[in-house]
Design a protein around this ligand. Structure first.
Ligand code: NAD
Ligand code: UFG
Length: 334
């Protein structure tokens, strides 16, 4: 298939392009390089032997985006482009709604106009809010989101569902990612956070790289194995492979499917820290702090639907996730 990948030079997008190319698909990337850089294209080429066609286009610029649709006949779209920082979304909500909603609507309108029927959208476990019991199941539906970023994911899910009802030929898969971490085994692709990382593993990586003094562990009084927060971490390469299965599923079905992508297993902050210590071969300094506002105690996926509909099961364990993250971090310093 010829697939438009918005946000394709970003963290999850770049890994997905590698897996799409490895599976024989043709990839065209649209990205405004707000949170990524052009050298990712060379890295994709080094890994796969293929340099994807690239357009530096902002999805908010509908005219320029339309040029991409005029020049290419796409079979499908995987839509990653968007802003993703939870805290920032609270501070500048309109910017988040504009980029993540208005930008997405431009894309969906062009898909309709150019009759591109198959879509995979990057949703998030954040749409469950804290309304439900773990493991989170797709059938729970949408919970109460706690920040504008999460609300943009929920709104996109609603928009796509309505759009597919009105256009019965459409086929969309809404992937609810749990916590993607890790990096490509080559050490070439990974996550480079902008500023102070909000997420656990990028923060640990910066402590290990000597950029931060210690990890701040947000609370150790939750009702969990050791009191620290539990999440379902998934290797970004597993997540990328799930996208290949999802877009192939979309191309052979109709309607809207919501699918969790996680491992189904939860690890606490301290367990992740221990795995990272094993990967880098030394202790990592940390301090226990107050709980972070808005955090939930435990979050992990029910993965039965991904297995049943996509035949997808995550392969990498937490040790491999930390080893690959560490390798990428070491390469950044070179
Ligand atoms: P990322 O920031 O690395 O990638 C997003 C890419 O989109 C970047 O390359 C950025 O430059 C581009 N972009 C942003 N706004 C754009 C615009 N208006 N026009 C064109 N390009 C634009 O983020 P990621 O971690 O790869 O996440 C990809 C998607 O997955 C996002 O939609 C994110 O919300 C979602 N998601 C991420 C996580 C996570 O923990 N990383 C979890 C759940 C969902
Ligand atoms: N944590 C720390 N110290 C840190 C960072 C995180 O102790 O410096 C803890 C958190 O308290 C939490 C766990 O590590 O218990 C994971 O935190 P992250 O910030 O890495 O991930 P979250 O689960 O809070 O958030 C992620 C994404 C969001 C998404 C959410 C729900 O970053 O975009 O999952 O899917 F909305």
């Amino acid at each position: 298939m010829k697939i438009l990948v918005t946000g394709g030079t970003g963290y999850i997008g770049s890994h997905t392009c590698v897996e799409l190319i490895n599976s024989g698909h043709e990839v065209v990337i649209v990205d405004n390089l707000y949170n990524s850089s052009l050298d990712v294209l060379d890295k994709i080429e080094t890994i796969t032997g293929v340099k994807p066609k690239f357009y530096k286009v902002d999805i908010l610029d509908k005219e320029k985006l339309e040029e991409v649709f005029k020049e290419n006949k796409f079979d499908a779209v995987i839509h990653f482009a968007g802003y993703k920082a939870v805290g920032e979304s609270v501070a500048i909500p309109l910017t988040y709604y504009e980029n993540n909603i208005a930008g997405s609507i431009n894309l969906y309108q062009l898909m309709k106009k150019y009759e591109v029927r198959n879509l995979v959208f990057s949703s998030s476990a954040t749409v469950y809010g804290d309304d439900f019991e773990v493991p989170f199941k797709e059938e729970y539906g949408l919970g109460t989101t706690t920040n504008p970023y999460g609300t943009t994911k929920k709104m996109n899910e609603m928009i796509i569902t309505d759009m597919d009802k009105a256009e019965p030929e459409n086929s969309s898969v809404l992937l609810r990612y749990f916590n993607p971490i890790g990096a490509h085994a080559s050490g070439l692709l990974g996550e480079i956070p902008n500023g102070i990382p909000n997420n656990l593993v990028p923060y640990i990586a910066q402590v290990v790289a000597g950029q931060r003094d210690f990890l701040r562990v947000w609370g150790n009084d939750y009702d969990t194995v050791d009191g620290t927060g539990v999440r379902d971490y998934i290797h970004v390469v597993d997540l990328a492979k799930a996208h290949v299965k999802a877009i192939e599923y979309a191309a052979s079905h109709k309607g809207t499917e919501v699918i969790n992508i996680g491992t189904g297993k939860g690890y606490s902050v301290m367990q992740v820290l221990k795995a990272y210590e094993k990967a880098c071969g030394h202790d990592i300094p940390y301090q226990i702090m107050e709980r972070r506002p808005g955090d939930i105690a435990v979050c992990y996926a029910d993965t039965a639907k991904a297995e049943e509909l996509l035949g997808f099961k995550a392969q990498y364990d937490i040790d491999e996730m930390c080893e690959d993250s560490y390798r990428f971090t070491c390469n950044l310093k070179k």
